[in-house]
Write a protein of this length. Structure first.
Length: 421
């Protein structure tokens, strides 16, 4: 009672607590983004930053952003204690904000008033019950004389019934008081919005690209902790649900953005409708204790610029749409930097027909769309053009045409992709 009525009702105490929390918040802010630390890492000079912030900063200049002491990514160390302090501070801040809301809206006064009224009624009933108890049950007169005073037993019965009634009322008030105290201990739980039910665990199969050894170990450990998770080294189109990539930071206008390296796994994940996310998604899920929403970590840029293919393909596959190159034919016209085996796998995932040669040998495909003959050599491209001369809707293109079409998930203009080498 004294806690609620003597402290939380006091505006002065609430203001002092709010001021103290504000000062603590300043100490828990990242010097770069000026927000509360998110997965804090320390540089060798013991200054702390958000993991994403310091990695972007070190990609530009290998020095501490605060004191300019030389620093590299190898010297970064995760600050577990500071991370725990941030988590505890967040919980305290939420409790304070909720209590302050109850105080400002008047709900807190109502809870305290009900609590005081219940205590008063309980005290009165206890006094009445104690008086009747002494008069009825603690008398030193023998029971026989009491029966003589009330031969029919009505007086004793009425007194006993009255005590029983008061005791039942006392029990009822005590239960209500317990509920009131429980509500107080939970800071007005009756006014809070109930938290959503915990969703059932998802079956997740992760493949990784450009990930270092210690990151792979962390990913496997997180998967074992959260359960229902498989981590694969080889991309299996029928099984993989998430491709996790260690991104690189590239400058976009005046800021640095997470960028996906272009690998075969990256293109395969786009074509199969997988989530293509950064490694930060794994770290965030580790802190939250569950697999978090992927959208904030979905990669929509690669080393060539804007690349919305992962999102567009994922949405199209989820809607039951066909691959974007269905109805076209792609022909292997010569040597490729990509490798003929990997090239064939990507072509089949696009939904296009695959043809191994452009010189008339092998199986020919009749298609409704265009035919794209892919080769990276300028000399071989000249021979292919001579062979396909006069054939309608046949284009000779560099292999970058296929890769850019996949990363943007739309057919690019073949005129812009003539073989150069």
């Amino acid at each position: 009672k004294s806690l609620w009525s003597g402290q939380l009702q006091s505006a002065a105490v609430a203001m002092e607590l709010g001021t103290a929390l504000s000062r603590l918040l300043k100490e828990l802010e990242c010097p770069i983004c000026l927000s509360t630390f998110d997965d804090p890492y320390a540089v060798p000079c013991q200054h702390n930053f958000c993991r994403t912030c310091i990695m972007k900063a070190l990609a530009v200049k290998t020095a501490c952003p605060e004191c300019h002491t030389p620093a590299t990514m190898r010297g970064l160390a995760r600050n577990h204690k500071l991370s725990n302090v941030v988590a505890a501070f967040t919980s305290v801040q939420i409790c304070f904000q909720h209590s302050r809301h109850l105080f400002d809206t008047g709900h807190l006064d109502a809870v305290v008033q009900q609590h005081d009224e219940a205590l008063t009624q309980v005290a009165q009933l206890q006094q009445r019950a104690a008086k009747r108890g002494r008069g009825t049950f603690t008398s030193k007169r023998p029971a026989k004389r009491m029966r003589l005073q009330s031969p029919s037993g009505q007086l004793a019965s009425a007194s006993s019934n009255k005590v029983s009634s008061d005791m039942m009322e006392l029990d009822s008030l005590s239960q209500n008081l317990s509920v009131s105290e429980s509500v107080e201990e939970k800071s007005g739980a009756a006014t809070r919005i109930p938290s959503p039910a915990t969703p059932p665990p998802r079956e997740i199969t992760i493949c990784y690209s450009q990930i270092e050894g210690h990151q792979i170990d962390t990913m496997r450990q997180v998967g074992n902790t959260l359960g229902s998770t498989t981590v694969l080294k080889t991309f299996v189109a029928e099984r993989v649900t998430h491709l996790v990539i260690a991104t690189v930071s590239m400058q976009n206008n005046s800021s640095f953005v997470a960028t996906a390296p272009r690998t075969i796994k990256y293109f395969s994940a786009i074509l199969t409708g997988c989530w293509v996310v950064s490694y930060d998604w794994v770290l965030k899920s580790e802190r939250e204790g569950q697999w978090v929403d992927e959208k904030p970590f979905e990669l929509c840029r690669d080393t060539t610029g804007e690349a919305p293919g992962a999102r567009l393909s994922r949405l199209r596959v989820a809607a039951g749409g066909a691959p974007f190159l269905v109805g076209h034919c792609i022909v292997l016209g010569g040597r490729l930097k990509l490798g003929s085996g990997q090239f064939r796998k990507l072509v089949l995932l696009t939904g296009a027909k695959y043809q191994a040669t452009a010189t008339g040998k092998g199986k020919q495909h009749a298609v409704k769309g265009n035919t794209y003959v892919v080769c990276d050599s300028k000399d071989e491209a000249s021979k292919v053009r001579a062979f396909t001369l006069g054939r309608p809707r046949v284009y000779v293109v560099h292999s970058n045409w296929l890769l850019d079409s996949i990363s943007r998930y739309s057919v690019q203009d073949p005129v812009q992709y003539a073989p150069l080498g």
